[in-house]
Design a protein around this ligand. Structure first.
Ligand SMILES: Nc1ncnc2c1ncn2[C@@H]1O[C@H](COS(=O)(=O)NC(=O)[C@@H](N)CS)[C@@H](O)[C@H]1O
Length: 438
């Protein structure tokens, strides 16, 4: 992409009302634009990152055996009357009446709808187990949307739903998602800690939140610090095998959100030097809630003994749009974002220090062509901005590598590459720069 043809409305000044660094940087870097409280347009740079995050979430769901579909954002109120949540959900629910005076709502989550889909087609234990998921926009009329996309009103969520014969089988689905989440957040460059969590409006009696430790996080959490560096299970995990030991290794160590925290247990179970209390960002939340929705909605299957019983279910959410904020909170410096290569909007930023100078233009073009060919998705700053401004913009938008070319360096056959995450700079020939970057 050539910057002169892109659409990157960076802001010179820091927006006053943005209280946390991820919100400030997303506005300054021209990634989002607020259209209303908690409702954003995703400008090209932010949208590129959102799609990369979404794709990694998708790949790890598929690896875990979940099947993707897509449900609408709008839902009939009658479904929620069947489950009894239409009234309970309260003011966070955006209720809509269509031209035929029918009650609709903008879905905050999809337990009812996915259960209605399941009950329409699945009647036998032979149809189980199933994990179905979609990646779809949700609406929750938060009383105080804040921190940019971190707590929006319209936000993108991956929500999966599992259907099993009984609790034992449902726990295997829960374990699949637990492991898939650890791998997902690891691929996003995040250290996510699974914590015992409250089940809230979703319900059930088994739930874990996946928390990124960050001082600007809204959640207060307490855990055994040994959990933080435990690493992810790895992409070669056998999802058809017994995942319980992997899950037990993590859930046997103390980790709880504020609502679930038990100070005495914390003191008794965790050696003092490993007691970590911190603030964190909830990027995922998984639940097992048995027949909470399948019973009222009549989602029954015939068991091998011929008896009909409601299926056992769980739901598993990831805050896809929230993850942009979480990744910036975890990876930034005073100059701007520092995107992990897996989700960076561009792989390499080429800076032409003197557009119009034949040698420099030629060097930039050949670097650009080589990087495109290598699938590195380069951004070429071919604008007539002064060099200082070019460096500042490339640092702000957080592209992991910069390739800087100008007439002086080229005279000595040199270009400069800079690693954004560490600031390291290397003066090398264009050839060796390209062999390093491709
Ligand atoms: N207002 C919000 N803005 C941005 N992300 C949000 C918001 N509310 C929730 N999320 C994200 O969505 C994830 C799942 O939301 S949830 O309420 O915990 N779980 C569910 O809705 C279940 N139906 C899981 S499928 C959360 O872990 C969080 O990362």
């Amino acid at each position: 992409m050539r910057l002169s043809r892109f659409f990157l409305p960076v802001l010179k000044e820091t927006p006053a009302d943005a209280q946390i660094v991820s919100h400030r940087l997303m506005l300054r870097a021209g990634m989002i634009r607020q259209e209303a409280a908690g409702i954003y347009s995703w400008l090209p740079l932010g949208f590129r990152v959102l799609k990369k995050i979404e794709q990694i979430v998708r790949e790890e769901q598929d690896r875990a055996g979940a099947i993707e579909l897509l449900m609408p954002t709008l839902q009939p109120a009658d479904l929620w009357r069947e489950s009894g949540r239409y009234e309970d959900y309260g003011k966070e629910m955006l209720r809509i009446v269509d031209r035929h005076e029918r009650d609709l709502l903008y879905g905050p989550t999809n337990e009812e709808m996915i259960t209605a889909i399941f009950r329409s087609y699945c009647r036998s234990y032979k149809d189980l187990p199933k994990i179905l998921y979609h990646i779809q926009w949700k609406f929750r009329d938060e009383i105080r949307p804040r921190f940019g996309v971190m707590r929006g009103r319209e936000f993108l969520m991956k929500d999966s739903y599992s259907f099993d014969l009984d609790e034992a089988s449902a726990r295997r689905a829960y374990n699949r998602m637990f492991v898939a989440y650890l791998n997902t957040f690891d691929r996003l460059g995040l250290k996510a800690v699974p914590m015992r969590a409250d089940t809230g409006p979703i319900g059930g009696d088994l739930s874990h939140e996946f928390i990124i430790l960050a001082e600007t996080g809204e959640s207060e959490v307490f855990c055994d610090s040994a959990l933080v560096d435990m690493g992810a299970p790895g992409l070669d995990v056998d999802f058809d095998g017994d995942l319980q030991p992997l899950v037990d290794a993590r859930t046997s160590l103390y980790a709880a959100t504020e609502e679930m925290h038990e100070a005495e247990r914390f003191a008794a179970e965790v050696p003092e030097e490993r007691r970590l209390s911190a603030r964190g960002i909830e990027v995922g939340h998984i639940f097992y809630f048995g027949t909470k929705y399948s019973a009222p909605l009549g989602a029954n299957v015939t068991h091998p003994d011929g008896k009909d019983r409601p299926v056992h279910m769980g739901s598993y959410g990831v805050g896809v749009s929230r993850l942009l904020g979480a990744i910036i909170e975890a990876h930034h410096d005073e100059a701007g974002c520092i995107w992990p290569e897996s989700v960076a909007p561009f792989g390499v930023g080429i800076i032409n220090l003197k557009p119009g100078d034949a040698d420099t233009d030629a060097a930039c073009q050949s670097a650009y062509d080589a990087l495109v060919k290598a699938g590195k998705d380069p951004l070429l700053d071919d604008t007539h901005e002064r060099p200082g401004g070019k460096f500042a913009t490339m640092d702000l938008i957080g592209v992991p590598w910069q390739l800087i070319t100008g007439p002086r360096g080229l005279k000595e056959g040199k270009v400069e590459i800079k690693r954004r995450a560490t600031g390291e700079r290397f003066e090398v020939s264009l050839e060796s720069a390209l062999s390093q970057l491709t």
